[in-house]
Design a protein around this ligand. Structure first.
Ligand code: GAF
Length: 377
């Protein structure tokens, strides 16, 4: 099939990836997270076509596309298509206003690196259709339907953080999001003279999606135990460390470890926000290290490459803190590095990483940026 790759678009939408300062695997446990969008984005170009129900979506990066008949939306065997189809399916459950369109997608977001190219794909696509066909969806509806798309068409039972950050972020701020009430606060972030340096391990251990859902199930198993003794506990958000410790034997070691990490992480996010507000970057850095420790030893979502980079960072005084970021099992570490030392640090980390794993490290600076938006001509 011939696809339209280049056309004068009616609408261009830019949808960013995200970082998360702290609060990992906290969202589906109804805890707190501290994410923001970054400057790296996916660009969508849209135009309506003259068909009532035939749509074309083309990925410039994969150099391949697919056709969709709006009257038969169903999952595909190709993973990236399911992010798009899942969104179309969710939108079709809400409205019948969508008509035929052509769309091209061009990504500057490294896939599988923990900066949530998946949420950027879902949210940017949903945002674009909302504008193109006047669907009158609110930003929050876009966030929620994109999350459901991932659950229903991709199979990852993700929390709400990534979609929320992709759509709701504001330049120069992080978002303190309470994933239980969905109340949120923008917190200005100025880390000078430190920078947020992302180091990409360039590995993505393919266990990730299955293991992610397993972690979620393990947390739910912990909640089920706690609920027998504390009926008010509906999620780990309502649990305390003392409760988790008290019921350690009933939970069993693995579920206990998962729950312990989650209740400790909940406190760390609040401590990190307090530290940010008084510019105590040393404290913030130590909290990042504590989170990594928990993710690696208790939650067991790290891998040798991520552990290596975090350990390596501890040998350099210019780094205040580092941890794996995102779901885990590969992707990036987030590092708080003194601006004068970024280049040297990157050079030494790259050399050491290459020597140990024979893999090239890649890096970028993350700048807190605006969420999904229309690109004006
Ligand atoms: C992935 C998920 F999509 C998020 O919802 C979140 O749970 C994150 O992993 C871990 O914090 O990015």
């Amino acid at each position: 099939m011939e696809f339209l790759k280049y056309f004068e678009p009616e609408l261009t939408v830019r949808s960013p990836g995200r970082i998360n300062i702290i609060g990992e695997h906290a969202d589906y446990n109804m805890g707190y997270v501290l994410p923001t969008a970054i400057g790296k984005k996916i660009t969508f170009k849209f135009q309506r076509n003259d068909s009532d129900r035939i749509c074309h979506v083309y990925s410039m990066g994969y150099d391949t596309g697919f056709q969709i008949d709006l009257s038969v939306i169903a999952p595909s065997n190709t993973e990236w298509e399911n992010y798009i189809l899942g969104v179309l399916n969710e939108i079709s459950l809400k409205t019948d206003k969508v008509r035929g369109f052509d769309c091209t997608i061009e990504s500057r977001l490294p896939i599988g690196s923990g900066v949530s190219s998946s949420a950027a794909l879902e949210c940017g696509f949903a945002y674009g259709l909302n504008e193109l066909f006047d669907l009158e969806l609110t930003r929050m509806e876009i966030v929620e339907l994109s999350q459901r798309a991932e659950h229903n068409y991709v199979g990852t039972k993700c929390g709400i953080m990534d979609q929320f950050a992709s759509v709701m972020s504001k330049e120069g701020n992080v978002i303190l999001l309470d994933c239980e009430s969905l109340e949120f606060e923008y917190i200005p972030i100025d880390l000078a003279p430190y920078k947020i340096l992302m180091l990409n391990t360039n590995v993505s251990h393919n266990l990730a999606s299955g293991e992610y859902n397993t972690r979620r199930a393990e947390c739910e198993a912990g909640v089920a135990v706690l609920k027998k003794f504390h009926p008010e506990v509906n999620s780990l958000r309502q649990a305390t460390e003392a409760m988790v410790i008290q019921h350690r034997d009933t939970m069993g070691e693995k579920v206990f470890n998962r729950c312990l990490y989650i209740v400790q992480e909940k406190e760390r996010v609040l401590e990190a926000v307090a530290a940010l507000k008084v510019n105590d970057l040393q404290k913030l850095g130590n909290l990042l290290y504590d989170t990594h420790d928990g993710l690696s030893k208790l939650y067991e979502v790290s891998c040798p490459e991520l552990d290596f980079l975090v350990d390596f960072s501890k040998t350099n005084d210019a780094v205040l803190g580092a941890r794996l970021m995102g779901g885990g099992f590969g992707g990036c570490t987030i590092n708080l590095v003194h601006e004068d030392a970024v280049a040297d640090y990157l050079q030494s980390a790259s050399r050491a990483y290459k020597e140990r794993f024979n893999i090239e490290l890649t890096a970028f600076e993350a700048l807190p940026s605006e969420g999904t938006s229309i690109k004006l001509p």
